[in-house]
Design a binder for this molecule. Structure first.
Ligand code: C2E
Ligand code: CA
Ligand code: CA
Length: 680
């Protein structure tokens, strides 16, 4: 560096070639513009734009810095006319200026001259500027503060003994050096340092500003860490005063909302609080203690770092008695042994959610309580597990209800199990939705094989068409269905089944589901068939015997069956369920041999009532046409398995001709007798 350079700089200052460029500062939480930092540029007539690192050190060395700052401040204050009043302006102060006791006065003068309120001014002091001269620095800083300006500690983290500076000077802001911020996305150490500086700033109640915010990912990370303000290319590069209004319009018009909502929505922020970090903490605390869930946080050594009120209640111990103690001391060795694997794996990053645990209520040991316990590894901003978060949800009452429900469900299932009917249900279009276990054991078809139309494969080929037709009709018309088919059972045997189903409808009448039952009617069906066969056999006999036969039920004598011969003899149709009485009304009867005497009435009724065979009895029966004929009636009771009379059979013989022949013979005989008597 030559003396020419110093002269060149002095000339430049006189020609106002040193100008401030303005770079926006943005509130990370809202994306709103909060101010600008003024950064010096040398607009050199020959060399073009010169960056500050090339001429600031020169200015300091050649004692031109006071002049430079004065010129720059005037330019900044002048430009401030076009900047909204709520926005701050930051200016950099260099090392040598902090030994100049007249600096506050100069600033004050320039501000008054430009009618600029010093409350809008932030003076950035780099750490390196503070080495030595702390006594002067403290005096100057205090005076600057008294004038209304704010102080920022610039490039924090790059200099020496930074913490002492924070203690010595009344700073309002802490600026995290861009070198940490820019590398946050790829170096763990940078993230750690950035996190630590933000934490330090928050705890000292300082506004934290991050320089070098080049991407949204970094902005999100900083917001998550609790950093207040960001500055960097993401929000804009430094612009000359003539482009300021353009930059302003862009930032003020571009609605900040998308930025904020984006950063809140897309970042890994646990809670989108509209509050300052301290308020946020208070809110979190209130939530922590207020939720009806037991919560605690254990560090890597399984010691309680925090416990909420609810968990303290569950343990029946004050919150304070937990803190710093190992979990085994609170839970006891036995319980700790049980939970230890969960804790250890959680520390390795594994999550466990809703593990059910039962334990006696510490206050009422006879009451068992049920909890859902979840383990969640807690990670720091560099994704390292730093402890375990545990939650306990008391589900005792819910559990009780569930148990009661399960019990009644059990009852229900049992009832269904006892019921010989197999339940099934189907979609409105007839697709089978569900088949019970009993269907599976009956057919040997799995549930998967049976769903939809799979069940058809178990139906007898002869029954498939009628079954499908009936089912199709039912699903089309919505009418209940009742069908019978043979089903191939797991043993290969066909069994007759009866399937019935009714639709369930919604309030608009639309079918939402078919509910059906399947019933094994094979026994029934076979018995029915056997009966039909024996009935047919019986009918054949009935039809050929030369006498009338009528079968009637007990106790009222309703006709069940009759043969054509009976109708012939009785000269009327003997059809079920007429009373047999109607056919047996007789005028006169006499038993062969006449021992029974004259006894009107119905022999079948007597057989049924007395349970013994009656007859044969001869009766004269009058027909509807007024003629009469002799019949011989005999009745036998029919007994069921219990020995009770279930009905009776009456046989009817046409004895009219024979009877009349006999009568004729008897008449002839009496004639003969009379003739013999008169001859005598
Ligand atoms: P600084 O005060 O830390 O200023 C921030 C520097 O970071 C500026 O460089 C700025 O252009 C740059 N920067 C801003 N955003 C980003 C980003 O997203 N990525 C990267 N890579 N860089 C970014 P600039 O303007 O070259 O200033 C360099 C340094 O010169 C300043 O660092 C400051 O210490 C000093 N300086 C600038 N103007 C003045 C001044 O008027 N007076 C004094 N005493 N020093 C000044
Ligand atoms: Ca600065
Ligand atoms: Ca800086």
């Amino acid at each position: 560096m030559a003396a020419d350079d110093a002269n060149d700089l002095r000339r430049a200052l006189e020609n106002n070639e040193i100008v401030p460029y303005f770079q926006p500062l943005v509130e990370l939480r809202t994306g709103l513009l909060s101010g600008f930092e003024a950064l010096a540029r040398w607009q050199h007539p020959q060399r073009g734009l010169i960056q500050p690192n090339e001429f600031i050190p020169l200015a300091e060395k050649s004692g031109l810095h006071g002049l430079l700052t004065g010129k720059l401040l005037s330019a900044v204050f002048a430009a401030a006319k076009d900047i909204p009043h709520h926005l701050t302006l930051s200016v950099n102060i260099s090392l040598t200026q902090l030994t100049d006791l007249s600096l506050p006065k100069h600033i004050c003068f320039a501000a008054e001259h430009a009618n600029f309120p010093l409350q809008r001014l932030i003076l950035e002091i780099t750490e390196s500027a503070l080495v030595g001269n702390t006594e002067y620095a403290a005096r100057i800083a205090t005076e600057l503060k008294e004038q209304g300006s704010r102080l920022a500690l610039d490039d924090f983290g790059t200099g020496y003994s930074s913490l002492r500076h924070l203690q010595l000077l009344p700073f309002d802001e802490l600026k995290i050096d861009a070198s940490f911020v820019r590398s946050m996305t790829h170096t763990r150490e940078s993230r750690k340092i950035a996190a630590a500086i933000v934490g330090l700033g928050n705890s000292l109640n300082l506004t934290t500003v991050a320089e070098g915010v080049e991407s949204q990912i970094i902005a999100d990370m900083l917001l998550w860490l609790g950093c207040d303000i960001g500055q960097g290319w993401l929000y804009g590069r430094p612009v000359p005063p003539e482009q300021l209004s353009e930059a302003l319009a862009e930032r003020l018009n571009s609605s900040p909302a998308p930025i904020s909502s984006r950063s809140v929505a897309e970042s890994s922020l646990p809670l989108g609080f509209e509050a300052l970090p301290t308020q946020r903490l208070a809110q979190l605390n209130a939530i922590y203690d207020g939720v009806p869930v037991g919560l605690c946080f254990l560090d890597r050594n399984l010691r309680y770092v925090s416990v909420n009120k609810r968990l303290a209640e569950i343990h029946n111990l004050p919150v304070a008695s937990h803190l710093g103690r190992h979990i085994s001391e609170i839970l006891g060795e036995e319980k700790f042994k049980y939970w230890e694997p969960y804790l250890q794996n959680s520390l390795k990053g594994e999550r466990f959610s809703e593990i059910e645990a039962r334990c006696p209520d510490p206050r009422h040991p006879d009451i068992m309580r049920t909890f859902l316990v979840s383990y969640e590894p807690a990670r720091d901003e560099v994704d390292e597990v730093i402890g375990v978060s545990i939650s306990f949800v008391d589900i005792t009452s819910r559990k009780r209800v569930e148990e009661a429900l399960a019990e009644s469900e059990d009852h229900y299932r049992h009832a269904v199990e006892l019921n010989p009917q197999i339940p099934w249900n189907a979609e409105p279009d007839g697709m089978i939705l569900d088949a019970s276990l009993r269907w599976e054991t009956l057919t040997g078809l799995s549930k998967e094989e049976s769903l939809g139309t799979g069940w058809i494969r178990a139906i007898h080929p002869d029954d498939v068409t009628p079954t499908l037709r009936a089912w199709e009709k039912a699903t089309r018309t919505g009418e209940p269905v009742d069908m019978q088919y043979r089903l191939r059972c797991v043993d290969g045997v066909w069994r007759w089944m009866r399937a019935r189903a009714s639709p369930r409808r919604d309030e608009d009448g639309k079918i939402i589901r078919w509910y059906g039952t399947l019933e094994d009617i094979d026994g029934h069906k076979k018995a029915e068939e056997a009966l039909r066969r024996s009935e047919a056999r019986l009918q054949a006999i009935f039809d050929v015997v030369p006498f009338g036969l009528v079968i009637a039920d007990a106790p009222d004598g309703r006709v069940v069956m009759s043969n054509p011969r009976a109708e012939d003899i009785l000269r009327s149709v003997v059809a079920p369920p007429t009373l047999i009485d109607d056919y047996c009304r007789v005028s006169q009867s006499n038993a062969p041999g006449g021992t029974d005497g004259h006894q009107p009435g119905n022999p079948l009724a007597k057989a049924i009532m007395d349970g013994r065979t009656v007859g044969p009895r001869e009766c004269l029966r009058y027909h509807d046409d007024g003629t009469s004929a002799w019949v011989s009636l005999s009745a036998v009771p029919v007994f069921d398995h219990d020995g009770k009379v279930s009905g009776g059979v009456i046989t009817i013989q046409d004895i009219d001709e024979e009877k009349r022949e006999m009568e004729r013979l008897a008449e002839l005989a009496s004639d003969l007798r009379n003739k013999l008597a008169t001859h005598r």
